[in-house]
Design a protein around this ligand. Structure first.
Ligand code: TRH
Length: 368
């Protein structure tokens, strides 16, 4: 059985991150012969530097596309349009391949109604199905490998990260540059607590530099210290491979995550987290945020529920709440323990569902 996954990487890491995880899991856990067609392989070099050693065949998506035969299952990720020459070859194939559009993740209610819908091609004898990941049994589920990070690996990583700062609250920061870091840093500065924040390259580091302005020495390789006693350490860290990132999330006490894939991984890590959805026009990302909060926080006891919703909305600038963020930190911080308990029970609920790769395999089994 062969599957082809097509992915255009337009911006950021998320699209390639999702496609790579899926391709790798289909090959490793379902014995599928997977080809991953990437327009730009650059993100993969960072997400999985050892990708060439994997059974997944990574192929360049060039125009015209060079391919021998159409696969049994064809996935176009996130609405990318398949090359015309490949599409025509799909139409000539008997039987037709199972053709899926893998959609973006959303917790919104409409997703259940659209998951699995068929869309006939306007010209060719082909039918595409829309496949939506999601948080309920009536969606395609979430990406989850059978082996999540182990406790010893997480413990080792935490010890290494906390070397020199054993009593600190350990935080990871992966956000877009619009995140209100000045307000967050001000809140941490006011608090007496030791805190170590690992800041990833790209937008998070750029935003941190902008928030710190000229008041801090930008050259210091150990990062920056804030607070009267220098109790807050802001530490730039390199981008790590996906597997190491998963361990790091589980090793931290609090994770700021963004987009789609780091957001899902934070849920498997089951530590308290703060989510920044990819900013979209017309505040569509705020609807996504509120839809997820409605599910995630439904069983969360007060006052943790209110603290979580207020802080997440502030982090995303919802309803002018960004200015209030610094004032929201102390209560959010007090709720870290209940939030950690909640993270574990939320994960347990998600583990009862099929993962995305298994759901895809089941869906296609009846169609190829
Ligand atoms: O990179 P992102 O912002 O991706 C986003 C979303 O996917 C969004 O849906 C899409 O439309 C938009 O891009 C264009 O954030 P995301 O989804 O969390 O992806 C980041 C990937 O990088 C994820 O696979 C985790 C990985 N990662 C590492 O492997 N190592 C690291 O050190 C870090 C910080 C991340």
């Amino acid at each position: 059985m062969r599957w082809d996954i097509f992915c255009r990487v337009i911006d950021n890491f998320g699209d390639a991150g999702v496609c790579w995880r899926l391709a790798r899991q289909l090959a490793a856990e379902h014995a599928i012969d997977v080809r991953l067609w990437l327009e730009d392989p650059a993100p993969l070099l960072q997400l999985a530097p050892d990708f060439a050693a994997s059974p997944v065949q990574v192929r360049p998506w060039r125009s015209p596309l060079r391919f021998d035969a159409v696969a049994d299952v064809v996935i176009e990720a996130f609405g990318c349009e398949l090359p015309e020459e490949y599409l025509r070859a799909m139409a000539r194939r008997a039987p037709s391949p199972c053709w899926l559009n893998l959609e973006y993740l959303s917790a919104e209610d409409w997703v259940e109604g659209c998951h699995g819908l068929a869309s006939p091609h306007p010209r060719l004898p082909l039918v595409k199905h829309f496949f939506f990941p999601g948080f309920t049994k009536r969606t395609g589920g979430l990406l989850r490998e059978s082996h999540l990070p182990t406790r010893p690996a997480v413990r080792r990583r935490r010890d290494a990260l906390l070397a020199g700062n054993p009593d600190s609250l350990l935080v990871s920061l992966f956000c877009y540059e619009t995140a209100p870091l000045a307000a967050l840093f001000a809140a941490w500065e006011d608090a007496a607590e030791p805190l170590a924040c690992l800041i990833f390259p790209g937008q998070p580091l750029a935003a941190a530099r902008a928030a710190l302005g000229a008041t801090q020495n930008m050259q210091d390789p150990d990062g920056w210290r804030l607070g009267a006693a220098g109790q807050v350490r802001l530490i730039p860290v390199p981008f790590v491979a996906q597997d190491a990132y998963d361990e790091l999330l589980a090793a931290c006490d609090l994770n700021f995550v963004r987009g789609e894939d780091s957001f899902v991984r934070a849920q498997w890590a089951a530590q308290p987290f703060v989510w920044q959805p990819y900013p979209q026009e017309d505040d569509a990302h705020l609807h996504k945020l509120d839809a997820f909060l409605r599910r995630y926080a439904a069983d969360l006891p007060e006052p943790a529920q209110t603290a979580l919703a207020a802080f997440w909305r502030g982090w995303n600038g919802a309803h002018g709440a960004m200015e209030a963020l610094a004032g929201l930190w102390p209560e959010f911080r007090r709720q870290i323990k209940p939030l950690a308990r909640h993270g574990r029970s939320w994960r347990a609920g998600l583990l009862a569902q099929d993962d995305l790769a298994s759901a895809l395999v089941k869906f296609c089994a009846t169609r190829v």
